[in-house]
Design a protein around this ligand. Sequence first.
Ligand SMILES: [Zn+2]
Length: 248
Amino acid sequence: MAELALRFYEELNDFLPPEKKKRQFVHPIDRKASVKDVIESLGVPHTEVELILVNGRSVDFHYHVKDRDEISVYPVFESFNIRPLLRLRDKPLRELRFVADSNLGKLSQYLRLLGFDCLYRNDYADAEVAEISLQQHRVVLTRDRRLLQRKIITHGYFIRSDQPKQQVKEVLERFDLYNDTAPFTRCVNCNGLLLEVDKDDIIDRLEPLTRQHYDDFKICRDCGQIFWPGSHYERANKLLEEFIPNSD
Ligand SMILES: [Zn+2]
């Protein structure tokens, strides 16, 4: 039997019951355990954790806890420089790509609208999401913290809000993506890239009014849907203003 003194910082407290939030608490354990097991047994997905200090020294997930260890657990920081300390992951994913859990359809569409690569299907099983994340090095977005506890998932984010627009803000903030948006480069329906297309090549697919009023078109490389300014872009621009205040 050992007793640990634990404290979780910042948004990691979202996962804890009130009596454990934002304070040091004593946590008894009755077996050998890695610090990762201890953290996840308290309901905090390992993918949310960036830095663990035990008695002031940084450790990795495999560290075996000992009696009277004082453990501080920190979330992913975007601004605070912790580089001198050991990070739990070698490096951030080179190019940020997402796979969204089956109940995050609207969020996926919004992320695609902003140009981010986000796979989504409404019939994804948990195992499938985890496998895609591993194979394609994609960050898992989910409202299911048990999914993030799967071992093979190294990069994930637990979406707090159940409001799609708020969810977009969470993702933009968490991954510091405000400067990386590329609107109208990706198909909201299927995630395919949009390519410029000559009006002449698609003219037989256009409604008369669209044919009359617009000259610039893009086509989805994967599903063939056609996009143009006017309805598509205007609606999208309104959304963009909400997501990215102060943008023109
Ligand atoms: Zn498409």
